[in-house]
Write a protein that binds this ligand. Structure first.
Ligand code: PLP
Length: 379
């Protein structure tokens, strides 16, 4: 609630937005001291900005990290984190159930520039251990997209540490409210702050948190590449953070209640939620996510795409939107949204079929959410 700011008498309770691209100076030595980092201050908006600094300080505090750096989107954050952590040429061992955009970044941009991505089933610790030989980086998601599986980050970090391989965790779905991977031994955490941190589907932002040296390297690269976050989006993301804990608590309660209710609804062949008994991640999730698993779940409709389309047309409150983490309940359809870059065979291997629906459970009254799915699936 209070991180990333110092409240003094007669200052505004909500921080001011500083959109200035540049700050003025009257003294060359002063400019020199600020530009070199010797003295705290701001000089050019691509390098630093007051609103970004507040957001970064708050995220670092929440993640238990030494420092954090923000970026214009989650993808920009991921890119700068990978470049900072793993000098090429090297192998990146990644969870095979990766956000589709991340998979595309690895294959289409990083692979041609000297990285070798290797995708493993991170629920299989033996497979992870074998893949880690000679690797330069492990890339995990705390809760996978879209089937909401939970890798044993603690165990994987243990294996990676023995081999001296750094671990990068995409903590977008869990947020630091539910899981702090750095406390579990991970080196660096990134977020698409577009999702739960912002929380209202009205901004794009990313953030990387970790040790001061890696964050400084990521920041320097981000300044050179230019994908820095705008002041207004930083301000919005920080405003989102102020209510993150209460939202996440409600998202978590609602998603588990909806997952349980969906199991008995007509046409539903399977429900994927890590805290449902019978989930392949149940034991790990209970240990790593003791306060809840956030708002995400998925389910499979036996009738495939036609059944998904029928359900969508019948919704009264729930809407279709190809993102997640907002206050309102939305569904997405991985086959044409997050996982459209994968071939049908690759999707099938992951368990993503033409009946798979991903749900971002909002913070509405849970009865209203369940009732809308019930009436949409009736008959
Ligand atoms: N990581 C995960 C888990 C995501 O779901 C997304 C976006 O959907 C991203 C990263 C990329 O974030 P952004 O869209 O903010 O670039």
């Amino acid at each position: 609630m209070h991180s990333g700011r110092e409240i003094k008498a007669r200052t505004p309770l909500a921080p001011a937005i500083t959109p200035a691209a540049v700050h003025v100076y009257e003294d060359l030595d002063d400019y020199e001291a600020v530009a070199s980092g010797e003295r705290q201050g701001y000089f050019y908006g691509r390098n630093s900005n007051e609103n970004r600094s507040m957001l970064e300080a708050a995220i670092a505090e929440l993640e238990g990290a030494e420092a954090a750096v923000s970026s214009a989107s989650g993808m920009a954050a991921l890119h700068m984190a990978i470049l900072a952590l793993a000098p090429r040429p090297t192998t990146i061992v990644a969870t095979r159930e990766l956000y589709g955009g991340t998979m595309s970044l690895l294959r289409q941009d990083l692979e041609p520039s000297g990285y070798e991505p290797v995708f493993v089933d991170v629920l299989d610790l033996d497979a992870v251990s074998a893949a880690l030989n000679g690797a330069g980086l492990v890339l995990l998601e705390t809760i996978t997209n879209p089937l909401c599986r939970v890798p044993d980050v603690e165990a994987i970090v243990g294996i990676a540490k023995e081999r001296g391989v750094p671990v990068l965790v995409d903590n977008t779905f869990a947020t630091p409210i539910l899981c702090r991977p750095i406390e579990l031994g991970a080196d660096v955490v990134m977020h698409s702050a577009t999702k739960y941190i912002g929380g209202h589907s009205d901004l794009l932002a990313g953030v990387v948190a970790g040790d001061a040296k890696t964050v400084a390297a990521a920041r320097a690269r981000s300044v050179r590449m230019g994908g820095t976050l705008g002041a207004f989006d930083a301000w919005l993301a920080l405003r989102g953070l102020r209510t993150l804990e209460v939202r996440i608590r409600r998202h978590s309660e609602n998603s588990l209640a909806l997952a349980k209710a969906l199991r008995d609804m007509p046409g539903v062949a399977a429900v994927h939620h890590p805290l449902l008994e019978g989930s392949p991640s149940y034991e790990v999730a209970r240990r790593l996510l003791p306060d809840g698993a956030g708002g995400m779940l998925a389910f499979d409709l036996a009738g495939g795409r036609a059944a998904v389309q029928r359900m969508m047309k019948r919704f009264r409150m729930v809407s279709f939107a190809a993102s997640l983490g907002g206050v309102e309940t939305t569904i997405s359809y991985p086959e044409i949204t997050s996982h459209r870059g994968l071939s049908p065979a690759e999707r099938a291997e992951l368990g993503v079929g033409s009946g798979t629906v991903r749900v971002s459970t909002g913070i509405e009254a849970v009865e209203d959410i369940v009732a809308d799915f019930e009436q949409a699936l009736a008959g």
